[in-house]
Write a protein that binds this ligand. Structure first.
Ligand code: 13P
Ligand code: SF4
Length: 354
């Protein structure tokens, strides 16, 4: 997690020079000039409204390097949202992240700059699906990835992120755990914890019936991140044949065979930390590509292979213009039914305690 204090406000020229130093190799001056003006407006509005801007590691480089007070992975941003004393939280990330901020800090105005910032994983499971799993496997704890909506979080026993999934699963000390909704993350956790995994079918006729076959340790769900699903073992083999000394880092939302063929797997911030602290001749990141640009800009002394063209279409909805408009027009406010929020809070807080 990086904290940047931004008072007094930087001038447009100062912001432009900062952006040019970091991104001048990738972005033309005219684009950085436009973005520096927008960033300056945002910083003024942020001060006037006593707002804090949280930016996920996947934010596009000019936004990432200009306006957030705090940048980080889902876990770090959840912690920051819980602790902030600002009046307004602008969440430059996707909807489930902004919801998590509201769950943790309900008296604040939480704004998400676009209403199109969804997530294929969060869409893959409903609260009713979780209730049905609980009926089918009574007494088995349910761990849910933070990439879920508030009504789903309300049905979980605990949340986890990619940075603490193994720790959260192991915290129960039980031999059976349900882990939803990311199939690949579940398979990666199963591989790391030595658990056998099954994927149940919840036919309407079976709902409410208990599974007579209790030969399982981890019960998964078939949700997928449409971005990380794109990386393949063939990509890795191709890169290694051309650059044998490359170190490959994969997000745990990638397929298990991709993670197994990589050298390191961790949350977005754990990958950033790896590049910053572990010396290697070359690095390749198998994750959303704006993050590769952001790391390359922060670490010009590192050789990053830029073979990546995969963008998250949801994260990519959040641009500087939207962030400016969020503060200007107080849009789009995140609201959560209080009963659901209180139930969801339990699962998020339990994660933060672990
Ligand atoms: P992190 O928690 O690793 O930042 O991941 C969030 C995400 O949505 C990855 O696709
Ligand atoms: Fe969701 Fe995947 Fe985008 Fe992350 S990268 S927000 S998991 S769709």
């Amino acid at each position: 997690m990086t904290v940047a204090t931004q008072t007094p406000i930087k001038s447009v020229d100062e912001i432009f020079n900062d952006l040019k130093n970091k991104l001048g190799n990738f972005n033309p001056d005219f684009e950085l000039e436009i973005k520096a003006k927008l960033a300056h407006e945002i910083l003024q509005l942020k001060r006037d409204r006593n707002a804090v801007i949280l930016g996920h590691n996947y934010m596009e480089p000019a936004l990432f390097h200009s306006v957030p007070d705090i940048v980080g992975d889902s876990l770090a941003l959840s912690r920051a949202a819980a602790e902030t004393e600002a009046d307004v939280i602008v969440f430059c990330g996707v909807e489930f992240m902004a919801e998590t901020a509201k769950i943790l800090n309900p008296t604040k105005t939480v704004l998400i700059p676009s209403q199109k910032a969804g997530c294929s994983l969060a869409e893959s499971i409903t609260a009713e699906d979780v209730r049905n799993l609980r009926k089918k496997y009574p007494g088995v704890p349910i761990v849910g990835y933070i990439n879920t909506y508030a009504d789903v979080k309300a049905e979980l026993d605990v949340c986890c992120t990619s940075g603490n999934a193994v720790r959260v699963v192991e915290s129960f000390g039980t031999d059976k755990v349900i882990f939803v909704p990311d199939e690949y993350l579940a398979r990666n956790v199963a591989a790391e914890t030595g658990k056998h995994i099954i994927f149940p079918t919840l036919n309407p006729a079976d709902v409410g019936k208990q599974d007579p076959e209790l030969d399982y340790e981890l019960v998964g769900w078939k949700g997928k991140c449409e971005v990380h699903d794109k990386f393949t073992v063939e990509d890795i083999e191709m890169v290694r044949s051309e650059y044998p000394d490359v170190v490959i880092l994969a997000h745990p939302e990638c397929k298990p065979e991709v993670v197994a063929a990589s050298d390191f797997s961790g949350s977005t911030s754990q990958m950033i930390n790896y590049v910053e602290t572990v010396e290697a001749p070359k690095y390749l990141l198998l994750t959303e590509c704006a993050m590769g640009d952001n790391i390359a800009a922060e670490n010009p002394h590192r050789d990053m292979l830029r073979l990546c063209s995969v963008r998250c279409p949801y994260m990519n909805q959040i641009q500087l213009q939207d962030t400016r408009d969020a503060l200007l027009y107080n849009q789009y406010q995140v609201e959560i039914d209080e009963e659901i929020r209180l139930k969801a809070l339990r699962s998020v807080q339990r994660m933060l305690e672990i």
